[in-house]
Design a protein around this ligand. Structure first.
Ligand code: UDP
Length: 310
């Protein structure tokens, strides 16, 4: 039997490369598209030897022309770290809007299933807690995070339009804070920042008083949820994340304990529009996908710290 083919945009990024591995392990052919604006060739280097894997260096904000038969389009390409979308706001808006349009057009042409990688940022600085999929969010469109939040909100809207108008089988995953091996040490997001700083015995950079909360999901849990969603019949958005909520100061303590570091703390100003709290309501994923995260923060941090040590 012929293998099915999955095209993964942003396949050399943190989540993308884990998904490439997951799809190959489940006997799919994988075509990875990446322009390496934040992707990392090291992430996929071991896969380049696999004859079921192909890398195409391409910016998906430009027209995507692939002759192969494609069964699944996973649109993962995005700048996902606040420091990256502050540095590249226009590219962030383009990949969320034009890139999503191109990826949808490709899926339509190939009669493929389409999966959009959306984000908890569509909820902005949420007034409803925890966040259910039915919550419409509290986003500042003209703030510094607007380029990311609004491009993902547009991406969700155009995905639903392709579903309604063209009957495309589309899925939308709203991803909450995820961490694990293969994040860049200079990624800027809180888990790799703290781990890198702790291992170098440099001060941990806490923004604000560290009272803001996040709920951290280990990458293997997330990827399993995404795979289940891809094969499901669900077309409405689904939250995936770990509902265990921590303050940033609790995260500091855990990272210092597990790494055995003597790092001090430095308190920097809280970035503009930084959400004060975030916790996914995952009842939909539990009920419809039979999914729930299995890896506790302490366990996931241990694995991530030992990867960073190497
Ligand atoms: N944060 C921090 N120190 C850092 C990086 C981030 O205190 O070195 C805080 C940040 O202000 C936010 C939280 O950690 O409240 C998570 O930030 P991250 O950039 O990981 O992602 P976000 O959830 O804000 O998109």
């Amino acid at each position: 039997m012929h293998k099915q083919t999955a095209l993964i945009t942003g396949g050399a990024g943190f989540i993308g490369c884990h998904l490439c591995e997951k799809m190959l392990a489940n006997d799919y052919k994988v075509i990875c598209l990446d322009n390496f604006i934040t992707g990392n060739l090291e992430n996929i280097k071991p896969l380049l030897k696999n004859r079921n894997f192909r890398l195409i260096v391409h910016n998906v904000s430009n027209y995507i022309d692939i002759p192969d038969k494609i069964n699944y389009v996973l649109h993962c390409a995005s700048l996902a770290s606040p420091i990256d979308y502050l540095d590249f706001p226009i590219q962030t808006l383009k990949v969320g809007s034009l890139g999503t349009h191109n990826a949808l057009g490709l899926a339509k042409e190939k009669k493929a299933v389409f999966l959009l990688f959306s984000t908890s940022e569509v909820y902005g600085d949420p007034l409803e807690h925890p966040q259910k999929e039915s919550y419409w969010g509290h986003v500042n469109p003209v703030g510094v995070r607007g380029c990311y939040d609004e491009s993902k909100r547009f991406a969700e809207a155009i995905t639903m339009a392709y579903h309604r108008v063209h009957g495309l089988d589309t899925k939308i995953v709203r991803i909450f804070n995820t961490y694990g091996p293969k994040m860049r040490h200079h990624d800027g997001r809180v888990v790799p920042n703290f781990i890198f700083q702790a291992l170098k015995n440099k001060p941990l950079t806490v923004y604000g008083k560290g009272e803001q909360t996040r709920s951290f999901c280990y990458i293997d849990d997330l990827v399993e949820g995404i795979y289940r969603l891809l094969l499901s019949k669900i077309n409405e958005p689904v939250n995936l994340g770990n509902p265990n909520e921590f303050t940033i100061m609790q995260l500091v303590k855990l990272v210092l304990k597990i790494s055995g570091s003597n790092s001090k703390l430095v308190f920097n100003p809280l970035p503009q529009d930084d959400p004060k709290q975030r916790q996914p309501d995952i009842s939909k994923a539990k009920k419809l996908l039979g999914w729930h995260p299995a890896i506790a923060l302490e366990v996931g941090l241990k694995r991530t710290i030992s990867w960073f040590r190497k």
